[in-house]
Design a protein around this ligand. Sequence first.
Ligand code: SF4
Ligand code: MG
Length: 336
Amino acid sequence: MKKILDVDNLSISFDTYGAEVQAVRGVTFDLYEKETLAIVGESGSGKSVTAQAVMRLTPMPPGKFVSGSITFQGEDLTKKSDKQMEAIRGKDISMVFQDPMTSLNPTMTVGKQISEGLIKHQNMSKKQAFQRGIELLKLVGIPNPERRINQYPHQYSGGMRQRAMIAIALACNPKVLIADEPTTALDVTIQAQILDLMRDLQDKTGTAIILITHDLGVVANSAHRVAVMYGGKIVETGKVDEIFYNPKHPYTWGLLGSMPKLDQNAGEKLQAIPGSPPDLAEPPKGCPFAARCPFAMNICDKKMPQYTELSESHHAACWLLDERAPKVEQPEYAKV
Ligand code: SF4
Ligand code: MG
């Protein structure tokens, strides 16, 4: 498979109340055609900031590009002008957000919103764009698309709005689709339908997807690879099976432990990870998870661990993987 996106050593900060919050600290990952990469982490881990940076949507100021490169089809997006980015955004790279109500325009019909991109990027006439809009609504499973296309977002249900957002995002056959918590606001049944839909559409179109989520539960059936983020860094990355069945980072263990299990008894408590994420205005010198990690050693808060290669696709940054460290087995609670 062809590499389509290459993010290297990306760092993004925000100036807030005189402090510099280092939201993303040296993040490196790549994305291949036809694959879904899930970026998983708690709120404040830097996952949304990373996604926005790829779209060059970081508000600047207060945001600040500190370092790194974002190579898309061989070109560094960090070097593009705003105008050049406008031609890429919505056409080659598009985004689906958590809450379609805030990203859909309430004063425009859904049809008009789908047509916009097609007229702008694909040189379609209004009539062609409208026809294509009906096809797209059908593709994302909206019933009566001929009638629905003339309606406003508030006339759609939550699930239908999310489908419409996906239709708009896919209108120009983007190479990369970034979905930031696309199902978080939806109930569980609709959530599953939307994730199925995204997978189906990927099979048909080959679009590569970056799926941003705090919920490891949605990852298992939706992603090929996973990057686990904590404190502005990727702490573990691997194929879905490697992350679920052979996780190596204590934070990943914590996330797996806080996931509801199929055989969970009603009333049985989930293992939430105690403590709170680090203050990224003063990021820890060492491992970002040290203050919450049940396995922390002396060195952990002093020095950032390097990535250990566990397989060609599986990497984790933890001192436990150093050969001098005591052997610690994956705890029972983290087993899925
Ligand atoms: Fe825990 Fe240390 Fe590993 Fe960080 S480096 S996850 S503190 S054991
Ligand atoms: Mg977010």
